[in-house]
Every structure is written in C-alpha cells, then in structure tokens.
Design a protein around this ligand. Structure first.
Ligand code: B12
Ligand code: SF4
Ligand code: SF4
Length: 303
C-alpha cells in the first residue's frame, strides 16, 4: 500500500491527520510506556501517528452524569487504527496498533505540535482536543519529517495566558506547566476510593475532564462540544452494556462506574436515587458499599 492510499483510508475512518515518522528511542518517567519501539517490533521502519479530534465540552447543568467526548473518540480511534493495522498485515507487512510510546514527546520532538501549560500538545489546525493512536510497522513509507529534537517546544501563547491554571477545578496545573497527577480529576476519578476533598469538584463528571481543553485559546479551531450524557439510575443499577460499546470495556468497568455515579448522585442532590443507593449499600464489595453509604449520608446532610 502506498502512502497516499493509506492516508485516504485513515481519513475515511475519521482521522484528521496522519504522520509517518522514523521510530526513535524516547525516555519517559512513566514505566508502562514503550521507550524503545524496537522491543515491540525488531524490524520497525515506521511509526504512524493518527489523530482523531473530539469536541471538548464542559460539564452541563443537567442532573445526570457526563463522560468526556474524548472517550468515545479514543474508543473509535482504537478500533479504526486496529483495522488499518489489519490492512497492512493483509499486505504481508508486520503492523501493531495502540503502541504506547510517549506520544506527546513524539509529536513535539518531530515538530508536529507544541506543549501547552496544561501539558497537552496542540497540533496546527487541530488544537489539543484529540486522541492519537500509534501504529508500528515494518512497512516503509516516505516520512512526514525525519528530524527529531529532544526537548520540549512550548506554545508561545502560554506565556501571556494562564487561563487553564485559573480554570482547573482542583488547582492541578502548576505555573511551570507540570500537572499534579494526584489532583487531576481525570486520574482522581479512576481511584478505587474517591478522596472526600475532590468529591464536589467532580460535579457531574463520571469520566474525564476537559476544563483545561475548553478554556484554551489554542482550541479556537476545534468544534465546541457536548459531553456524553449517562443516566445515573442505569449506572447505579450496573446497566452499562451501551457504554461498553461506546467507550470500550477498559473504561466501562461496572464497579468503578457505580462508585462514581454514587458520588455524582450526591453532588447533584438526587434524593430520588436513594432506593438504588440503598440497594448498592448491600453490595458484597466493600468499596461499593462505602461509596453508597457515603452518598446517602451526604444526601441527608447536604440537601
Ligand atoms: C499518563 C497520562 C495521563 C495522566 C497524567 C497526565 C500527564 N500530564 O502526564 C492523566 C491520567 C492525569 C491524564 C489525563 C488526561 N489525558 Co492523558 N495520557 C497519559 C499518557 C498515558 C502518558 C503521558 C506522559 O507521557 N506523561 C509523562 C509526563 C512526564 O509528561 P508531561 O506531563 O507531558 O511532562 C512534560 C511537561 O510537563 C513538560 N514541561 C516541563 N516543564 C514545563 C514548563 C512549561 C511552561 C510547559 C508548558 C511544559 C513543561 O516537560 C515534562 C517532561 O517532558 C498519554 C498516552 C501516551 N502513550 O503518551 C496520555 C495523553 C497524554 N492523554 C491525553 C488526554 C487527551 C488526556 C485528557 C485530556 C483526557 C480527559 N479528557 O480527561 C486528560 C488531560 C489532563 C492534562 N491536562 O494532562 C492525550 C493527549 C493529547 C494531546 N493533545 O496532548 C494522550 C496523548 C492520550 C492519547 N493517546 O491521545 N493523562
Ligand atoms: S489555556 Fe492558555 S496557558 Fe493554558 S495551555 Fe492554553 S494557551 Fe497555554
Ligand atoms: S483535566 Fe481537569 S482536573 Fe485535570 S488538569 Fe485539566 S482542568 Fe485540571
């Protein structure tokens, strides 16, 4: 397959940018990331980065839970990149999708985007509200660029902005552009037990946070969006089949979603959900029981 037909196929599958790059060893402070692509594919010749944009939204005023539209986009990108890797394999090449190289470093190092104070990368004409997939292959394509420079390129606009630092609901963004992961709602909300100090900041978020994306002027180019609305009653009852199809099984984990739905139900003063919470308080899982009891207590105390 030549580069043009691969690009055409990727655009038809919903990606808005495709970059063909030489594999490079990139250090990372995150142990789970692949720092040496040749350990994944010895004969690697090309890293293909595929960008899928999403419309970042703020939590809405309604009385249900919301999931950032990042997650349906990342689930779709995961499947479409897998299909593109299948096509390459169908032509006799080796190809692996969803390779977890340090993607921000790749985008910046190859000059395809720049770091923002919110630690996200903006790509020209796309902004920073996107999911990026990496395919590693031994197929040779003409590279989009070959020059990799270690070190981060920062967005000039950040020097006189700082809107994300002010807007972050938990003060997770430091002035020097580093995220305090222990305070970022995206990671807080995935913890086994959500610490009480973050409960209210979660508002009606079930998964993901896009505040630092929504306020960012680098996203003036991207469409303004809606989050995915998820009915709390269904979540508390563990009815998540539709969600699995939309955001993937990795994120649609029943216990985790139920516990977050309990926090959100209390945040929204949803006393009508007390029967579901009472049922959940009899769960055989201790964390689920405690989340339900805590929500019931908050509904008594705060509403
Ligand atoms: C771990 C991780 C997280 C963690 C930690 C976030 C983080 N900042 O590292 C958590 C769970 C919190 C998270 C949250 C989100 N994530 Co995330 N995450 C990742 C992952 C797996 C690794 C990121 C990484 O390498 N971190 C390591 C640290 C050291 O890197 P760093 O923060 O970039 O640190 C550098 C900068 O701070 C910079 N720096 C240093 N000094 C200074 C000074 C200034 C002034 C500046 C500007 C920068 C700067 O240098 C540091 C070292 O290089 C990648 C996927 C991947 N395979 O790469 C996705 C990824 C980065 N996430 C992504 C997204 C979209 C999100 C969310 C928006 C999801 C959501 N809607 O909720 C949020 C946004 C939170 C945020 N503002 O970062 C996208 C980013 C796309 C983009 N445009 O950049 C990625 C690439 C996933 C993907 N496949 O598309 N994420
Ligand atoms: S909101 Fe402002 S400071 Fe933050 S990343 Fe965007 S441009 Fe930079
Ligand atoms: S994703 Fe939300 S909590 Fe995390 S740094 Fe951005 S605004 Fe703050």
């Amino acid at each position: 397959m030549d580069r043009l037909s691969f690009e055409k196929g990727a655009l038809e599958r919903g990606f808005c940018r495709v970059f063909f790059l030489p594999p490079v060893r990139v250090p990372s402070s995150i142990p789970s990331l692949v720092t040496d692509p040749y350990t994944v594919l010895e004969d690697a010749k090309t890293v293909i980065l595929l960008i899928m944009a999403y419309a970042a939204g703020q939590p809405c005023g309604h009385k249900e839970g919301v999931i950032s539209s990042y997650y349906p986009a990342s689930n779709r990108a995961f499947k479409e990149a897998r299909a593109l890797a299948d096509e390459l394999r169908g032509e006799g090449c080796q190809a692996i999708s969803n390779v977890q190289i340090p993607l921000k470093k790749y985008l910046c190092g190859y000059g395809l985007g720049s770091f923002g104070r919110n630690s996200l990368i903006a790509v020209d004409g796309v902004g920073s509200a996107f999911h990026v997939q990496a395919i590693l292959t031994n197929a040779c394509f003409p590279y989009s660029t070959e020059s990799y420079h270690d070190g981060d390129r920062f967005s000039d606009i950040c020097a006189s902005c700082g809107l994300c630092v002010k807007a972050c609901p938990t003060g997770a963004i430091g002035k020097n552009g580093m995220i305090d992961v222990s305070r970022c709602l995206r990671s807080v909300s995935e913890q086994e037990i959500i610490p009480e100090e973050f409960e209210k900041a979660l508002e009606n978020r079930i998964l993901g946070c896009d505040v630092c994306q929504s306020v960012c002027p680098r996203n003036a180019v991207s469409p303004k969006g809606q989050n995915l609305t998820v009915p709390l009653k269904a979540l508390l009852n563990g009815e998540i089949e539709d969600l699995k199809a939309n955001i993937g099984t990795n994120y649609a984990r029943k216990r985790r979603l139920r516990k977050k739905a309990a926090v959100v139900a209390a945040n929204l003063g949803r006393r009508d959900l007390k029967p579901e919470l009472i049922l959940m308080s009899q769960s055989d899982d201790e964390n689920e029981r405690n989340a339900a009891l805590r929500a019931l207590q908050r509904l008594e105390d705060e509403t």
